[in-house]
Design a protein around this ligand. Structure first.
Ligand SMILES: *[C@@H]1O[C@H](CO)[C@@H](O)[C@H](O)[C@H]1NC(C)=O
Ligand SMILES: *[C@@H]1O[C@H](CO)[C@@H](O)[C@H](O)[C@H]1NC(C)=O
Ligand SMILES: *[C@@H]1O[C@H](CO)[C@@H](O)[C@H](O)[C@H]1NC(C)=O
Ligand SMILES: *[C@@H]1O[C@H](CO)[C@@H](O)[C@H](O)[C@H]1NC(C)=O
Length: 418
């Protein structure tokens, strides 16, 4: 059985559960009777944006883009896209490294098009922008000595992304752009990997001007999403089966996703399965949801993940501890010379951190974020997004993201260019 098949099978189970929930949640699924958005989108985007590659997209909207190949010290070949600043800044600014979430890609930061996407807004402001693609996702599936068909390739979780991928990318940017520091912007898993790095390779804190954490996913005690919880249970109980079937990765990128999304969720349908899925996974926010944008987004996601990476998230929730992968007592003894996996030392994460969280985030609960922030030595801001309905995905896809979030965070970032 291929990883694509297991991905779709899981999706069908999830969709089934959403449809099953529909009756209970009708009040939350109410979509305002606004103007007809059958064809139009609130964003400056086209249908084809779901089919273009990230460099094609960036070029299309008039920005200069380069693809860079970065090799981690354990041999993973990562693609990082660099967007040149639209205009030179008045005074020197550090480059911005942007890191995507679980099962997504660099597309996250450009998908809402010009005048809305954070990557473009930063480039308009004179920043050089680097968009990372973590190992195992669509644009980063190479390795110097093993192929993605082998189980060895997929033997990683978000630990390795933080421990190997990020340092390699940061050093590459510093060398290429001749700078001492970079700004970091991460969403969801893009923050998890950052805190792995900043706690287990603390020398990298000096190389970070400001870490902007959007919905930091480090404490996951209060997951409100029924599908989120169901997925955790499902993957956990499927672990043995996945092993027996020799499935090590799930939800690999497939070029048919966009077509499939368009046929399952026709643009004229307000309460499409896509809308319900996003609402049930991330939190309902009908006013910020754009149907055309979501179809374009679903042309780029999911972009792949290892089973071990999902398991590590499950462990994060089950143990309530931010620590290394748990192999069980025997495996831990072999790997760590201890019964228990070592915890990440967040006290060592000394670079300044600016946090934004969302009140209607059904994956990362506001109280989990507040509790997490108390563990960090240098929080320069801990802000809820003003829109009380803002959900987990809205950081990337909301119509209100620019006004509610990006326009607020960019001036703070400007203040950290020394
Ligand atoms: C962005 O919006 C401004 C007006 O706010 C407009 O002049 C400009 O053309 C827009 N940019 C793009 C790329 O459409
Ligand atoms: C790199 O930057 C330093 C200090 O900003 C400067 O002295 C040096 O000439 C630069 N090197 C290159 C190759 O541009
Ligand atoms: C894991 O998440 C579930 C669902 O939100 C929660 O009930 C449980 O307490 C969490 N586990 C820990 C250890 O916090
Ligand atoms: C955690 O990091 C802090 C700051 O670097 C250090 O003082 C402390 O000893 C570390 N704790 C452990 C358990 O390693």
């Amino acid at each position: 059985m291929s990883s694509g098949m297991i991905g779709w099978w899981m999706l069908i189970v999830l969709v089934g559960s959403v449809l099953g929930q529909n009756e209970v949640d009708t009040t939350e699924n109410d979509i305002p009777q606004e103007e007809d958005q059958d064809e139009a989108s609130w964003f400056q985007i086209d249908d084809e944006d779901g089919e273009l590659t990230v460099p094609e997209l960036i070029t299309k909207y008039g920005y200069r883009v380069e693809s860079h190949a970065v090799i981690s010290s354990d041999g993973y070949m990562l693609t990082v896209f660099r967007i040149a600043p639209r205009q030179p800044p008045e005074k020197s600014q550090y480059p911005v490294l942007m890191v995507h979430g679980l099962m997504t890609s660099a597309a996250d930061y450009v998908i809402t098009g010009p005048n809305n996407s954070l990557a473009y807004l930063l480039a308009d402001r004179g920043y050089e922008v680097w968009l990372a693609n973590m190992r195992g996702t669509r644009y980063s599936k190479g390795h110097t000595s093993i192929t993605p068909d082998s189980p060895e390739y997929w033997d990683f979780s978000w630990h390795e992304m933080g421990y190997y991928d990020l340092p390699a990318i940061i050093d590459y940017i510093r060398a290429t752009s001749n700078v001492s520091k970079v700004h970091y912007v991460g969403h969801s898993q893009g923050t998890t990997v950052y805190f792995v790095m900043s706690s287990s390779r603390p020398e990298y804190n000096e190389k970070i001007a400001l870490m902007t954490a959007l919905s930091p996913a480090v404490i996951l005690k209060r997951i409100r999403s029924p599908i989120g919880r169901l997925t955790l249970d499902l993957v956990e109980s499927l672990k043995q089966l996945l092993q027996a079937l020799e499935i090590y990765d799930v939800f690999a990128y497939n070029k048919n996703y966009h077509q499939l999304a368009k046929s399952i969720c026709p643009k004229e349908e307000k309460e499409s399965i896509c809308y319900r899925l996003v609402s049930q996974i991330c939190g309902p926010n009908p006013d910020a949801y754009d149907r055309k944008l979501m179809l374009a987004f679903l042309g780029h996601a999911p972009a792949g993940a290892s089973v071990k990476q999902l398991m590590h998230f499950i462990q994060l929730n089950r143990s309530g501890l931010f620590r290394r992968y748990d192999y069980g007592k025997k495996g831990n003894l072999q790997t760590y010379s201890n019964w228990k996996p070592p915890s990440y030392n967040l006290t060592a994460a000394s670079a300044p951190v600016l946090i934004y969280y969302a009140l209607n985030d059904w994956l990362v609960h506001p109280r989990d974020v507040q509790q997490f922030a108390r563990k960090l030595p240098r929080v320069v801001g801990l802000n809820p997004v003003g829109d009380k309905q803002f959900n987990h995905l809205d950081f990337i896809t909301a119509k209100t993201a620019r006004e509610q979030l990006y326009d607020k965070l960019m001036p703070v970032l400007d203040g950290f260019n020394d």
